[in-house]
Every structure is written in structure tokens, then in C-alpha cells.
Write a protein that binds this ligand. Structure first.
Ligand code: UDP
Length: 490
């Protein structure tokens, strides 16, 4: 690092330890590296090792002398996180184990003992559910900006929970999940009980996961700014509400498209690497070859992200629905995603006649992998639809490629996300709370056959807006410039 780099700001980026969080915050890290900012990216020891094992992150970032990947001691095995309760448990372990570590890490001279010449930290960008970093930043007197990895719509529903409680809309009793929610400003016309974040489905508002996510969200205005991975044309009206509480807001998404656009502009980088993967699992690229042999817009991509677990019964409902639709499909089934008895491998032990027929149909029309290069898959011309759990990264990746979605949200922010896809943006179908084979089959036929043109048209319009936002002069482009300016000037 030369003297000029010494003078540049040094930002500590501190993500929550889960795939979607690490993925989007690494994209941000690279965008900031491209602007010449020094970055230390701090993850758990386990995440650090998984990144080294499954990605080319070290060689990819070697072109940025100011980048440094560092780790803290493991506090909790993140591969065990499948529920909001476990997210909360991880967070409490971080409080006790990682908070003292972070305090020391941020206070000491980053160059000390490393043999490298690094300036002291000038600011922190922390995951918006890690208020332990905010506490440390305030103690030490460093500015901290939050990065919230969920949509503005989901964030806003979290943020309005106290108003829902005050108005008696929460907690709700009774089975009618279609009752309208009236006290989330800007969403009065379409939000129902079932579209609220999953952790609202409790009768006891003192439950630990409810309290944890609410507490973390309500602290957001304490940060000096808020970064959201979204864009103005997608969520403008909700963003205006968020701004009343968090005026220093940076909407800079879709981050993966933003980074791709910037890298394409960097002629010098073009021959460095053709992969931007931040995967914590080994990607099975054989599915790309399989996709190469399929007609345009003919394949349904099925993936429920990195955290979802489903029962064997639900898996079979999906499987029947998908196969009965007659559509070709590429399905990601993470080895740890099926809730089964020990030693019961659902794909190998299904021996009943209908299930053997499913296996036959899968060989003819399907491809199954344990983990896919998802961004590449969604950008492939053969993909015509995405059956998704509505994780925010997956939703944005689909939007950016103009791929319509069938949404089957699993938990947390995914419930509001799927409502936006189905009812507000109308770029897909929301089948939340059911995976009955008949409903799955009908939704696939609607999306991929009967109403295909209509969905593709709207998704394509949205993709154009997404691309425009990250091009020079677009809203996300300008907001990133503003963010960089804020970081540089302090
Ligand atoms: N992903 C991937 N390969 C897969 C499945 C998912 O690379 O087979 C990536 C996907 O591109 C996205 C992330 O994992 O960036 C999942 O994040 P999301 O917010 O959609 O859901 P989560 O996993 O947090 O529930």
C-alpha cells in the first residue's frame, strides 16, 4: 500500500453470518474497492473458510491492494440456522463472544502485527441486525452506516409493528389470514395478515425472535445512514416513508447488477475473472451445460435459498406439482434442506410406484443439483420462470434478469416480498402457505404457458428499470456516488 492508499478511508464491513448477507455485502465491498476505498471484510472463522473453499474470492480481490478478508472466532454454527429463533440465538452468541472481540479489533491499529500497512478504520458498515456493532461504534466514536439486506417494503413492515400493536392489529387471533392490515402506511391497499413477516404469527409478542427482530429494526435511526439493496423505481413510494425516519438513505441496488455494470466498465478487469460467486456451497456448474440444450424461456428454476428446510411431505407435493405441469425444470435441493429422519435420504429411498414415476419424469425433463451458480442460471436464456422462497437476493436477481416468479415464502421478510411480487409489481404469482400439488401445477402452467407473455412483458419492463438504475446517471448509480462521497469526506 502506497502513501496515497494510506490517505484513503478504511471501512470495516461487518455482515451477519448467512449466505444472503455475506453475498450482498461482498458486492458492496467490491464496489467500494473499485472506488479506491480500503476495506476490511470481517466474517466468522467458519464463513471465512467456506469462502476460501468454494469461491475465488482471494484471487478476485487480489487486484484491490486495500482489501482484506479477516475473521472473528466462531460463536455459533451458522449452518444450523433455519428459523428466526436460531437467528436470534446466533445474535445473542455474537453479543457475548464477538462484541468484545470487535471492540478490540476496531480500536487497535489494523496494521499492527500484520506486516501490512493499513490506515485506521474511518467508519463501519454493519449489517442492520447487528446492533452490537452500533454499540461499539458509538463507544469508540466511529461513524456507522447500516446495511439492511431486506427490501424497503419488508423493512417498513418491521418498522411499523409498534403501530400495529397500538392499533390492536397485532397480535391477531382467529384463522382468517386474509384480513387487511391498515396501519402500515403506504400498504393499506394490499397488505394482509398473511403478508406480514412470519415472526408476527405469534400470540405472544414477548417471544424472543419477535422481540429480537423488532428491537434491531427500531434501532436503525441511531445509525448515521442506511444502505438498502433496492432501487427507486421499484420501491419509491415505500422509500419515501422510510426516509421520514432514516433520511440519510442510500438505495444502491440491485447490487449484483450494479457491480457487474461497473466491472464491465473497467476494461482492465475484464480478463481477470468471469465469476463473481460468493457461494458458501460448492456450485454445480453442470446445470449450465444442461440449460444450454434447452429452448429459450422453457425451464422453471426452483430454489428455496440457503436457509429454508422443508418436510419430505412438502417436497413431494412440489415434486408432483412440478412434474405434472409438464414443464422442464432445474431444481436446487441443498443436501441439508430436507427435514427427515436420520439417514432418510428422500431422493434415494422413495420407492413407491408414483415416486418412481416422478424419478423417471425428472430424468426426462429435469436437472437437480445441490447448489447452483444462481446469478448465471437466472441470466441464462433457457430460464422462463423461478419458483422461489422470495429471499430478497433471489427476488432482486430474478427482477434484474426479467424472470417472472412463483413465490412460496418460507419466513421473515419473505412473506411481504412475495406479496409485492404478486400484487404490487405483478411479475409473478404468490402461493404463500400452500404447496398443494394441484396449486403448484396450476401456478406453473399459468406462469410458464397460459399467461407467459403477460408476465414476461412486465418482468422485462422491470428489468429495464433495474438496469437503468445502475447505469451512469441512474438512481442507484448516483446514490453510490453519494455514499462514496460520504465515506471519503467523513
Ligand atoms: N444461491 C446460489 N445458489 C443456489 C441458491 C442460492 O448462489 O443454488 C444464492 C442466491 O443467488 C442468493 C443467495 O444464495 O444470492 C440466497 O439469498 P436470498 O436472500 O435469496 O435467500 P436466503 O438464502 O437468505 O434465504
Amino acid at each position: 500500500m502506497d502513501q496515497v492508499e494510506q490517505l484513503r478511508p478504511h471501512v470495516l464491513i461487518f455482515p451477519f453470518q448467512a449466505q444472503g448477507h455475506v453475498n450482498s455485502m461482498l458486492k458492496l465491498a467490491e464496489l467500494l474497492c473499485l472506488a479506491g476505498i480500503n476495506i476490511t471484510f470481517l466474517v466468522s472463522y467458519n464463513i471465512h473458510n467456506r469462502l476460501l473453499r468454494h469461491t475465488d474470492v482471494v484471487s478476485r480481490f487480489s487486484k484491490y491492494p486495500g482489501f482484506n478478508l479477516d475473521h472473528y472466532p466462531d460463536a455459533y454454527d451458522e449452518s444450523k440456522i433455519h428459523t428466526a429463533q436460531q437467528i436470534m440465538e446466533l445474535s445473542s452468541s455474537l453479543q457475548s463472544v464477538v462484541k468484545p472481540f470487535l471492540r478490540e479489533f476496531v480500536s487497535k491499529d489494523p496494521a499492527h502485527g500484520t506486516g501490512k500497512n493499513r490506515p485506521r478504520f474511518s467508519s463501519i458498515i454493519a449489517d442492520g441486525i447487528l446492533s452490537l456493532a452500533l454499540d461499539v461504534a458509538e463507544e469508540i466514536g466511529l461513524p456507522l452506516i447500516y446495511f439492511r439486506t431486506i427490501s424497503a417494503g419488508a423493512f417498513w413492515t418491521y418498522f411499523c409493528i409498534p403501530q400495529l400493536v397500538e392499533a390492536g392489529e397485532l397480535p391477531f387471533s382467529g384463522d382468517d389470514m386474509n384480513i387487511r392490515i391498515e396501519n402500515v402506511k403506504g400498504m393499506e391497499g394490499f397488505l394482509r395478515r398473511c403478508d406480514l413477516p412470519s415472526f408476527c404469527r405469534v400470540s405472544d409478542l414477548t417471544s424472543p425472535d419477535f422481540s429480537f427482530l423488532l428491537r434491531e429494526t427500531l434501532q436503525t435511526p441511531r445509525a448515521k445512514g442506511l444502505i438498502l439493496n433496492t432501487f427507486e423505481d421499484l420501491e419509491g413510494s415505500i422509500l419515501s416513508h422510510v426516509r421520514t425516519y432514516c433520511p440519510n438513505l442510500y438505495t444502491i441496488g440491485p447490487l449484483h447488477a450494479h457491480l457487474k455494470t461497473r466491472l464491465q466498465l473497467q476494461v482492465a478487469n475484464s480478463n481477470n475473472s468471469n465469476s463473481n460467486s460468493n457461494s458458501l456451497w460448492q456450485e454445480d456448474k453442470s446445470c449450465i451445460k444442461w440449460l444450454d440444450n434447452q429452448p429459450p424461456k422453457s425451464v422453471l428454476y426452483v430454489s428455496f435459498g440457503s436457509i429454508t428446510v422443508i418436510t419430505r411431505e412438502k417436497l413431494l407435493e412440489f415434486w408432483h406439482g412440478i412434474v405434472n405441469s409438464g414443464v422442464k425444470f432445474l431444481w436446487v435441493i441443498r443436501p441439508d434442506s430436507i427435514k427427515a429422519e436420520a439417514g432418510d435420504d428422500v431422493l434415494k429411498t422413495t420407492k413407491s410406484t408414483p415416486e418412481m414415476e416422478l424419478e423417471e419424469a425428472t430424468k426426462e425433463r429435469g436437472c437437480m443439483v445441490g447448489w447452483a451458480p444462481q446469478e448465471e442460471v437466472l441470466a441464462h436464456p433457457a430460464i422462463g420462470g423461478f419458483l422461489t422462497h422470495s429471499g430478497w437476493n433471489s427476488t432482486l436477481e430474478s427482477i434484474a434478469e426479467g424472470v417472472p416468479m412463483i413465490c412460496w415464502p418460507y419466513f421473515a421478510d419473505q412473506q411481504p416480498n412475495s406479496r409485492f411480487v404478486g400484487e404490487v409489481w405483478k411479475i409473478g404469482l404468490d402461493i404463500k402457505d400452500t404447496c398443494d400439488r394441484v396449486i403448484v401445477e396450476k401456478a406453473i402452467k399459468d406462469l410458464m404457458v397460459e399467461r407467459k407473455d403477460e408476465f414476461l412483458h412486465r418482468a422485462d419492463e422491470m428489468a429495464k428499470m433495474a438496469r437503468k438504475s445502475v447505469e451512469e446517471g441512474g438512481s442507484s448509480f448516483c446514490n453510490l456516488v453519494r455514499l462514496i462521497d460520504y465515506i471519503v469526506k467523513g
